[in-house]
Design a protein around this ligand. Structure first.
Ligand code: IVH
Length: 679
């Protein structure tokens, strides 16, 4: 500790300001000035101080954006003011038609506001007395889902406004392009399906029941509407957006007031290309009548307002010629085909390559080298080959076939059961080693700054490294032998390598590249086992009791640590001084009848709120799930337990789950007290 209460309070306030500042730089300005690791360090310090000095805790602290318990499902939210959609226009003619209709009703020229249409999903944010009290999805427009816990994890959404006002705003939740590209890279590396576009990725993230996953997805919100603006002291939509901005809300900044439809069209043209340089995906421009009084006069059709329209930019596609299908070997050994084609301009950049994912996809789309192909940027970022124009074939080009041997090491490729990918299973394949090393040093793994792909390739080529352990044996004179390596850079790299030794266990775990173990799972495992040693001796039976660890991952982990050479590698790393412990807060588990069992918590308990009860169950070693099934071991049923309790009784009665036990609050608290969990 060592801090006086006043010092701690000042530090907590400074940390909160600093974190909010960096959040703004990341989202609003897309210009972060610190690394993710440094941001994490600030957050860890804040969480630490807030737990040491509980008096300093606050609902509106940025620390409260993470760590809420996993919800059993989303509650429904009725939108008092329905969340409507917009009519679309795809041409200038349709815009002129819209303008004509508006002027006909109003009887004179009107002023419009143009705003970029963000490609994400609509959310509503409710504030009472300046505090964020609810976040919801649009749903069917009348009834959405309560995603407050996930919305709270979005760092540019203020938990507290600068004035104690009550209001509801609507906006678009989105995933920044960079975060989307990174997430898909990680998903592909761990064998998961990539998201098709940032909108799907954002929607998938917000609909995660575990807020920690949503938090890790780096979403942002852009506010585009103040609901019932006419009941606030503003006359124009543009004024309402300025007002909510002053309150601290992230309002859409790319907008313009246009005095005629000609100005609107000019603004649309201006952004047609420029929009691709934005850090988030946009798919059009929204044109709104600025005056709130005129908006009211124009009113709504059944589905959409008459005072607004969405102009959609055409999706960017281009035809080009496929010159080659290159094969690369990833760190998991998966051989990925990449299309190499004549360069084309797409959504603002020149592209000449696109992943073809796997052999099946190439065969299904009958894509052959030499073909005219149609390429597109999915969600504006990731180029993809949509189809091959077979009727334009001037020659019967050969169909694609995966080689039988690894293009890098020549060993036979294998297709594992149920997988689409062909893999090189030779652990000494040079491509596999290079990619594993690149992954090990990467930002989300060991975060060895400055040691990128190129240096790894050079170090391998010079024979200075063979395994990740060798990185920690590098000396200054080793580095100084390399071209373009000066004293200063060598010191910097060695320093970064040295620093990485102090990383918490989860970074090392993720960095080792154990199949199916992503960043999130690495953290959960580190939390659950605390030390590398504990994890190494964990059995599959024990591993599957860890939340989010399924049998496939458990087998993979146990198999990994049983692989010859792995234990030696870990020992080496430990001898070289790498930290092998989890450095964050751990959940200390106690042995109990709940250990390794699946528990459903339903109804309300008189003596504990849901969060506390969840924490107890976790400490008792139980795994909480949302629904009662044949796999449920215990149902803890409080007051007003409804359908879940009935289902449990049914399962017992019908013999489908005869061993299921139902505990009332008293029986549950006995377990809690036996373990000494209550103060
Ligand atoms: S205004 C009454 N402004 O587009 C509806 N919507 O296709 C008011 N969207 O559901 C919507 N950017 O999710 C508005 N600047 C913007 C927008 C925007 C994206 C989304 C929104 C809406 C959908 C309609």
């Amino acid at each position: 500790m060592g801090l006086t209460f006043e010092e701690a309070r000042d530090r907590v306030e400074a940390l909160r300001r600093e974190i909010e500042y960096h959040n703004r730089r990341y989202y609003t300005e897309d210009n972060p000035s610190i690394s993710d690791a440094d941001w994490d360090a600030l957050m860890r310090e804040l969480i630490h101080l807030e737990s040491e000095y509980p008096e300093l805790q606050s609902d509106t602290s940025p620390s409260q954006r993470v760590g809420a318990p996993v919800a059993a499902g989303f509650a429904k939210v009725e939108h008092e003011i329905p969340m409507l959609s917009l009519a679309n226009a795809y041409s200038t003619e349709e815009l002129l038609e819209f303008d004509r209709r508006v002027r006909q009703v109003i009887g004179r020229d009107v002023t419009y506001v143009c705003e970029l249409k963000i490609d994400g999903l609509a959310v509503s944010l409710r504030y009472e007395q300046g505090k964020l009290i609810r976040g919801a999805t649009r749903g069917d427009g009348d009834v959405g889902e309560d995603i407050t816990q996930n919305i709270r994890t979005i760092r540019n959404v203020p938990l507290q406004l600068s004035e104690p006002v009550s209001l509801e705003v609507r906006g678009e939740a989105y995933m920044p392009k960079k975060a989307f590209a990174l997430l898909n890279e990680q998903r592909e590396a761990s064998g998961e399906m990539p998201f098709a576009n940032p909108r799907n990725a954002a929607a998938g993230s917000l609909r995660q029941l575990d807020p920690a996953i949503a938090a890790s997805r780096r979403l942002g919100v852009i506010v585009y509407q103040l609901a019932q603006a006419e009941s606030y002291p503003v006359e124009y939509h543009s004024e309402a957006l300025e007002w909510v901005s002053r309150l601290g809300l992230p309002a859409n900044g790319e907008r313009k007031i246009c005095r005629s439809i000609a100005d609107v069209i000019a603004y649309i043209d201006e952004w047609a290309e420029k929009r691709h340089t934005l850090p988030y995906a946009t798919d059009g421009m929204v044109i709104k009548v600025d005056s709130l009084a005129l908006q009211q006069e124009l009113g709504f059709t059944a589905k959409s307002p008459r005072w607004a329209i969405a102009y959609k930019y055409a999706a960017e596609q281009a035809e080009t010629i496929l010159r080659d299908i290159e094969l690369s070997v990833g760190r998991t050994g998966a051989v990925t085909p990449t299309a190499v084609f004549d360069p084309v301009q797409l959504a603002g950049t020149t592209v000449s390559r696109a992943s073809l994912h796997n052999e099946d996809l190439i065969r299904e789309r009958d894509i052959r080298v030499g073909d005219v192909i149609v390429v597109q940027k999915a969600g504006d970022i990731i180029p993809e080959v949509i189809k091959s124009l077979a009727d334009r074939r001037t020659f019967d080009y050969p169909t694609f076939a995966m080689p039988e041997c690894c293009p890098q090491c020549g060993e036979p490729l294998r297709r594992l059961d149920g997988e689409v990918a062909w893999r090189c299973v030779n652990p000494s394949c040079p491509a596999l080693i290079r990619e594993s090393l690149i992954h090990f040093v990467s930002r989300d793994a060991m975060n060895i700054e400055g040691l990128g792909e190129q240096w790894i390739a050079i170090l391998l080529e010079k024979g200075l490294i063979h395994t990740v352990a060798d990185l920690y044996r590098l000396t200054k004179s080793d580095l100084l032998q390399l071209d373009r390596m000066g004293e200063k850079l060598a010191d910097k790299l060695l320093d970064a390598i040295e620093q990485s030794k102090r990383n918490s266990l989860e970074r090392l775990l993720f960095g080792l590249g154990i199949r199916h173990v992503g960043e999130k799972a690495a953290k959960t495992l580190a939390q659950a086992y605390g030390t590398m040693q504990n994890l190494m001796s964990a059995t599959v039976d024990s591993l599957v009791t860890v939340p989010d660890v399924g049998p496939k991952m458990a087998e993979s982990i146990a198999g990994y640590f049983a692989t010859p050479g792995v234990q030696e590698l870990i020992r080496d790393l430990e001898d070289l001084g790498l930290n092998m412990d989890y450095l964050g807060q751990r959940i200390e588990k106690v042995e109990s009848p709940f250990t390794g069992k699946t528990i459903v918590l339903t109804g309300t308990l008189a003596q504990a709120d849901r969060k506390t009860a969840t924490a107890w169950i976790e400490r008792l070693g139980g795994v909480i799930t949302g629904s009662v099934s044949a796999k449920t071991d215990f149902v803890v049923a409080g007051e007003k337990a409804g359908s879940k309790l009935e289902k449990a009784q049914d399962l017992i009665r019908s013999g489908k789950n005869p061993s299921l036990q139902i505990l009332d609050e008293g029986a549950f608290l006995q377990l809690v007290d036996a373990a000494g969990l209550r103060d």
